[in-house]
Design a protein around this ligand. Structure first.
Ligand SMILES: C[S@@+](CC[C@H](N)C(=O)[O-])C[C@H]1O[C@@H](n2cnc3c(N)ncnc32)[C@H](O)[C@@H]1O
Length: 280
């Protein structure tokens, strides 16, 4: 069976696949158990060393440790040249009381008064430090200058600004016919509509492979992207009417009510935000 067909069967849910060690299951994280298993499985079994692994939005290191654990288990990659490139501001504003309560207080961790969470990320990823490249700062400050990307996990496109930058900078490094892109916010009801809109706009260049029921959707990059095509996907280059039409198209791809409701909610948010902006 070819590996893409295998991925569609979610082999990471098998009883036989049990990533363990280095306290990876104890790292406070925003991703689900299935997402953790999927990241570890893909890094171990899908990545061949054709390009790098990229973790956009590493937070306290949850997604990073599962990607790194998978790479560490991977028999095909050159462990010196294939890395997990992690990006985050590694900063939580002290006013973000819900995040602090949920991820720090509830885990008996003391929240640093300066909001700098990099030490927590470094501690969590220390067992995998040979695989981890840490990039601290706003994503908009970074170029993707480390070569091709084989596995791209995107968990920081929280605004049109970061969306534009990821599309312009990171999507150019994808390998046609090989790279997998995981959009972590695609199946989340309060996410920006750009996740679904992007994949509809680029439907000739990406193929839906599988999802984790909530949050993550995995796409295979099938056909090369030109600079012009990526430029046409920038948020300000898509008219409101086209955005709505693409969301309607995206909605039709899903069969289950919970998924359709997520897309509908994102569409409502898009319309509300555009209306509010027009009034201002
Ligand atoms: C949902 S969390 C990521 C969760 C993480 N993947 C995990 O496994 O727990 C999103 C992260 O993106 C980061 N982020 C959001 N916008 C960003 C930006 N423009 N540049 C850099 N980091 C950003 C936040 O600091 C936050 O840590």
């Amino acid at each position: 069976m070819n590996i893409i067909e295998l991925i569609k069967q979610k082999p990471w849910l098998s009883e036989r696949f049990k990533p363990v060690g280095n306290s990876i299951w104890h790292v406070p994280t925003m991703i689900t158990k299935e997402e953790k298993l999927m990241l570890a499985w893909l890094a171990e079994n899908y990545v061949e060393g054709a390009g790098q692994v990229v973790d956009l939005g590493s937070f306290l290191g949850g997604s990073s440790v599962f990607l790194a654990h998978g790479l560490n288990q991977n028999k095909k990659v050159n462990k010196i040249s294939t890395k997990v490139h992690c990006y985050d501001v590694f900063f939580i504003p002290p006013r973000d009381v819900h995040v602090i309560d949920y991820f720090f207080s509830k885990n008996n961790l003391v929240f640093p008064s300066d909001g700098n969470i990099l030490p927590f990320f470094e501690k969590a990823t220390k067992p995998y430090q040979n695989f981890i490249v840490t990039n601290k700062g706003r994503i908009e400050e970074f170029e993707a200058n480390f070569g091709d990307i084989e596995l791209l996990f995107v968990d920081l496109m929280k605004s049109p600004v970061s969306y534009n930058h990821v599309v312009k900078e990171f999507f150019t490094a994808l390998i046609p016919g090989k790279s997998l892109v995981i959009l972590q916010d695609y199946l989340y009801k309060n996410s920006g509509a750009w996740h679904a809109i992007l994949m509809e706009k680029l439907s000739d260049h990406f193929e839906y492979i599988v999802d984790t029921q909530v949050n993550s959707v995995v796409f295979l990059h099938t056909k090369a992207l030109s600079k012009e095509i990526l430029e046409s996907c920038l948020w300000e280059n898509i008219s409101f009417d086209e955005k709505v039409a693409l969301m309607e198209k995206a909605k039709k791809r899903w069969n289950l009510i919970p998924h359709i409701e997520i897309i509908e909610n994102q569409l409502t948010l898009l319309k509300t935000k555009t209306k509010t902006k027009a009034i201002q």
